[in-house]
Design a protein around this ligand. Structure first.
Ligand SMILES: Nc1ncnc2c1ncn2[C@@H]1O[C@H](COP(=O)(O)OP(=O)(O)OP(=O)(O)O)[C@@H](O)[C@H]1O
Length: 235
């Protein structure tokens, strides 16, 4: 049974084609790496799955009752915003219909604290987000995505501009979460992430490659002239 099924998906932003005829099935508890060149349509794919971008053609299916957590690229996150770690995490609990002065329940706060402990960021609970390192902020954004205990977790380059030790910490953490969650991760760090993922797709408008990581060598033709293949074949 698949958690996600994408059928003949195309997305155009006006005349710009971001995705063309993409077909993809993601199994329950699969850890899927998404790679491809800049502008290849990776973020667009996640945004379509999240319902943030409307497909021009095709359809998507997400298994009923499968809640989704999303960790955006943190370059889109305003670090100067005067808000502390606890409040950023609790934002994941905001109701869909925004209400001013929403009050979080003590249960929500307890859950936020549990996640902070699990991710090793409890000591930053009251710190303003602008005073965190890149890796710490990334963990906070992951905690925010986890507060609703989603069955599917989607992350957009969670380890961009993070040192290699913290990267490994984040991948180890995701691997643990993968025991009961399906994970889709966009990454340019194939070298680091390779031992954690189950499968990989390569997107450059069309889905050019999809395979289990152990079968990469069987499909090298797909990567002709692509730098990603050079990275992958060295595994
Ligand atoms: N809101 C938008 N309006 C117009 N064009 C867009 C919009 N969002 C994305 N695009 C275009 O769609 C294409 C795919 O963009 P997308 O962000 O999905 O790529 P990506 O693979 O995630 O890139 P990167 O690795 O650089 O983050 C690009 O050509 C981009 O310029």
């Amino acid at each position: 049974m698949y958690d996600i099924e994408v059928k003949d998906l195309s997305v155009y932003y006006g005349s710009v084609c971001a995705l063309k005829n993409v077909n993809l099935k993601v199994k329950n508890k699969e850890f899927l790496g998404i790679i491809g060149p800049n502008g290849g349509g990776k973020t667009t794919l996640l945004k379509v799955l999240l319902g943030l971008v409307k497909p021009t053609n095709g359809s998507i299916f997400i298994k009923r009752d499968n809640t989704v957590g999303y960790v955006p690229q943190f370059t889109f996150f305003d670090r100067d915003f005067p808000i502390n770690v606890m409040d950023v995490i609790l934002m994941g609990k905001l109701p869909k219909k925004f209400k001013l002065f929403h009050r979080y329940s003590s249960q929500d706060k307890k859950r936020a604290e549990e996640i902070m402990k699990k991710l090793g960021i409890i000591e930053f609970k009251n710190r303003q987000i602008g005073q965190l390192s890149g890796g710490q902020l990334q963990k906070v954004l992951i905690a925010r995505a986890l507060i609703n205990d989603p069955k599917i977790l989607m992350l957009d380059e969670p380890t961009a501009s993070i040192d290699s030790k913290t990267k490994i910490e984040i991948y180890e953490m995701l691997k643990k979460l993968n025991k009961d969650k399906t994970i889709l991760i966009i990454s340019h760090d194939m070298q680091d992430i390779f031992s954690y993922i189950d499968s990989v797709i390569y997107i450059n408008k069309t889905l050019q490659y999809y395979n289990h990581r152990n079968n990469l060598k069987l499909n090298k033709k797909v990567f002709k002239n692509e730098t990603a293949y050079t990275e992958l074949k060295e595994r």
